[in-house]
Design a binder for this molecule. Structure first.
Ligand code: ZN
Length: 407
């Protein structure tokens, strides 16, 4: 079996491009199956895993129209994954309720489908969402046009290239189209490790884009004895936060910092020992570097956000943070929780000041934090009622994750 690998695909963990020649050139005329009941002529497929998501790209010689893949008439393009010790899983794209949908075993798979050109469909989904396992898989593709009945499929026991030789007028075209025609591709589903994030844009920010009602909760000065309770509360509320941690407190609380990331929160740098670094200088650089090293040792993750202690900042400090791949982040909403003004006051100030793109400052360490903890669910529910959604700071700023793929 021949599986030519396109050069553009080499960065991918698994990637094959099926040869179009067998399907389209042998009979001379390219196949077109615009009518219902014909074969859907998928001539190439490529697989890749750039990030958490597996990407499958199907290309055809013709427009892949909603009609061709109408779910009600059985239209679909499926990639079948055969993995050791589990039953084969078909992950299919179909058209239903006016939308492209990814479906596996009759259930919707969360993901996205785009159509960069009319003859191309691009699917992205997390392998776990389709219940695929990390490891090797035998893979093939099966395309069925809408309206293709079982009888038709049986009657048309010719391969596509044979069909192409005979005039389409005298031969019913085959309903199904398989790639590769014989055998399987060999693919690998990788485990995904988030190893960092990638900053861009302004060197220092104090708010996110105001266009949408997204806000970021941030907690400074931990990890502390309070932090596990903050994490439990966030899990209950189903929202993420961003934790600016003190470097020298990380190694003794390594499991707490790991739990932050595991729960979908963001971990960020708040200096080694909360020194005032506003004047910059080489000492500031080593505070930042040592803190990132401690976080990396505990979690494997390298932050891309830094918050200057006391909000004390300056051009030299910002450029030193940027040089280490971090944006300097201040805030736009300050309920002054560290002064312990009472839970009600913290809640009211937070609700009163919040705006689209808001960065809310609070503290999970550095003093008594039960008021801050008590205020959190009230702030979250209050802002949700006003239509706000909660995201990590990296999401708010549109930063991407750095991903490492592991077997
Ligand atoms: Zn602080």
């Amino acid at each position: 079996m021949r599986t030519p690998v396109a050069a553009a695909c080499l960065a991918f963990s698994l990637c094959f491009a099926a040869s179009a020649s067998a399907a389209t050139t042998q009979g001379g005329e390219p196949h077109t199956a615009k009518a219902e009941g014909g074969a859907l002529d998928v001539v190439s497929v490529s697989f890749g895993q750039r990030s958490r998501e597996l990407e499958i790209v199907y290309r055809s010689t013709e427009a892949i129209t909603p009609q061709l893949l109408a779910e009600v008439k059985g239209g679909q393009i499926c990639t079948v994954f055969e993995q050791a010790s589990i039953a084969a899983r078909a992950v299919c794209v179909t058209r239903s309720n006016g939308k492209w949908q990814i479906v596996s075993r009759g259930e919707r798979v969360e993901g996205s489908v785009s159509q960069p050109r009319e003859s191309e469909l691009r699917l992205r989904f997390e392998p776990a969402a389709a219940k695929l396992r990390v490891g090797l898989a035998d893979v093939y593709v099966n395309a069925t046009a809408a309206g293709c009945s079982a009888q038709q499929a049986k009657a048309a026991k010719v391969t596509w290239s044979e069909a192409a030789i005979v005039s389409a007028a005298v031969l019913e075209l085959p309903c199904e189209h398989r790639l590769p025609r014989v055998g399987n591709y060999r693919a690998r589903v990788w485990d995904v490790v988030v190893s960092g994030c990638r900053r861009h844009g302004a060197g220092q920010v104090s708010r996110g884009p105001s266009g949408s009602k997204r806000v970021a909760l941030t907690y400074d000065d931990g990890p502390s004895t309070y932090t596990p309770a903050f994490l439990r509360e966030l899990r209950k509320l189903g929202v993420p936060a961003t934790f600016f941690v003190i470097g020298q407190q990380v190694s003794a609380n390594a499991s707490v910092v790991r739990a932050m990331l595991r729960d979908g929160n963001m971990v960020a740098n708040h200096s080694w020992n909360h020194a005032n670094l506003g004047g910059g200088g080489a000492g500031a650089s080593s505070q930042l570097r040592d803190t990132n090293a401690a976080i990396r040792r505990a979690t494997g993750f390298t932050p891309c956000l830094f918050r200057p202690p006391y909000g004390s900042t300056g051009a030299d400090l910002v450029s030193r943070a940027n040089a280490q791949g971090m944006t300097s982040v201040l805030w736009s909403v300050d309920p002054l929780d560290w002064r312990t003004p009472g839970t009600g006051a913290i809640v009211n100030t937070a609700l009163g000041q919040t705006h689209g793109g808001g960065i809310i400052l609070s503290h999970d360490g550095g003093g008594p934090r039960s008021q801050t903890l008590e205020a959190m669910p009230q702030i979250v529910r209050g802002l949700k009622r006003r239509g706000y959604t909660f995201v990590t700071l990296t999401d708010l700023l549109g930063y991407s994750e750095r991903i490492t793929l592991a077997k």
